[in-house]
Write a protein that binds this ligand. Structure first.
Ligand SMILES: *Cc1c(COP(=O)(O)O)cnc(C)c1O
Ligand SMILES: [Zn+2]
Length: 401
């Protein structure tokens, strides 16, 4: 199979296993089957259903990959009033390691297993959270050695979740953006395929979020889709999927893709607001949405283009709005999502307030990761004596009445 790469921006093509074009923009794979039809979706579990749109054989997507993807699209009318639109939550938290990163990891490991990633005997990633967990888990399942480079200041509980899959783990002191670049320089020499956030194979796997959403609405499309964005890898996958489905005639139109960032660290949203064509690094501040706080996003400019090209926008929401949305998802819909993922619902609400969406619009909020593995801060929970239980249980019943 050809793993030819192409630049979305200048159109240059290469067979070399490089991540970036000479123009500086990230490359993606020159896949895309113009003859794709929804009838080509295979029966069966997991990512292999979309083999016709992916650069590996469906049979290679076996084992843990059969548990990746195919997440529920939950129609959540309980959230309509909060959001101001008809809310559909794409529940990515339901994957083996609890985030959409499993789509890219599954595809990446399948490609390595097929020998499609070149002469590599190991995989790696640079991550401080979900991608590290995901890559380590899929490498473990495939029996492929895995190196995970994490920033030195990673919280202990996240390190513990990554470590359970037993990758080679290294804490690296130094600039995170440079670490991403260094890993791409070193990987080919060392025989390690770095499946970083916007690696071409990862982007292919991450196309499938949008493919599943489109399949659920086909032949129509939702009125809008909202995706939290950090490196721009997932947004790139969504955009690529929409282009390929449109080119094949599987969808009649491309829905607007709205991307959302946390206001404290919003390089892509700032570029959008300023009408710039290029995303430049910012001095990112702290936010509860740590999974989307990349101040120097490697696929930022591509994500910006995705939002503009589809008629969407890039928004920034502050931590209060994120908290409110996270709380609404849990208390009204019973959905526990990461704060980074709650930005999607906060963005729907903002778009409705601004008149960009109406109450009758069907909007997909991509809840990128589960809240169940995050320590969501401290809850103040009273302790009562067993003999007081009688009384306290009655109180609790009244509180919720
Ligand atoms: C990685 C991640 C994102 C951001 O995705 P990018 O591809 O880096 O833009 C959003 N939400 C969660 C939960 C993530 O783990
Ligand atoms: Zn280029």
């Amino acid at each position: 199979m050809s793993l030819e790469r192409v630049c979305y921006d200048c159109g240059r093509r290469t067979d070399a296993p490089v991540a970036r074009c000479d123009c500086g923009e990230p490359l993606w794979l020159a896949t895309g089957d113009d003859s794709f039809d929804w009838d080509d979706v295979a029966d069966g579990p997991g990512l292999g259903r979309y083999g016709a749109l992916l650069p590996v054989d469906a049979e290679a997507l076996d084992g843990l990959a059969t548990a990746a993807g195919d997440t529920p699209l939950v129609r959540a009318p309980e959230l309509d009033e909060f959001a101001g639109a008809r809310v559909h939550v794409k529940a990515e938290g339901q994957q083996p390691t609890g985030s959409f990163k499993d789509r890219g990891s599954a595809l990446g490991l399948a490609a390595v297993g097929e020998g499609a990633a070149g002469d590599v005997g190991a995989v790696g990633t640079v991550s401080h959270g979900n991608m590290a967990m995901s890559t380590a888990a899929f490498a473990a399942a495939a029996g492929v050695p895995c190196t995970v480079l994490v920033p030195a200041d990673i919280p202990a509980e996240r390190l513990g979740i990554i470590a359970q899959y037993d990758p080679t783990l290294l804490r690296v002191d130094g600039d995170y953006g440079r670490l991403y670049e260094r890993s791409l320089d070193l990987g080919p020499d060392r025989g390690v395929a770095f499946l970083n956030s916007d690696a071409p194979l990862r982007v292919e796997g991450q196309k499938t979020t949008a493919v599943e959403v489109c399949e659920a609405f086909a032949p129509d499309v939702p009125d809008a889709a909202v995706v939290p964005v950090s490196s721009g890898g997932h947004a790139s996958g969504a955009w690529k999927a929409l282009r390929e489905l449109r080119a094949a005639g599987a969808i009649d139109e491309v829905p607007p893709l709205y991307l959302v960032q946390a206001a404290a660290c919003a390089p892509i949203a700032e570029a959008f607001a300023d009408g710039r064509d290029e995303v430049t690094p910012v001095d990112g501040g702290d936010t509860v949405a740590y999974s989307i706080a990349n101040a120097d996003p490697p696929s930022g400019t591509r994500a910006l283009r995705a939002a503009r090209d589809t008629g969407g926008a890039v928004l920034a929401v502050d931590d209060d709005a994120i908290h409110d949305a996270q709380r609404a998802l849990a208390t009204a819909a019973g959905l526990s999502v990461e704060s980074s993922s709650a930005t999607a619902l906060a963005a729907v609400r903002r778009l409705a307030e601004d008149g960009d969406l109406t109450a009758s619009d069907d909007v997909v909020a991509v809840a990128t990761g589960t809240g169940l593995k995050a320590t969501a801060g401290s809850a103040s929970v009273p302790t009562v004596g067993i003999d007081e239980l009688d009384e306290r249980l009655t109180d609790a019943g009244e509180r919720t009445a």
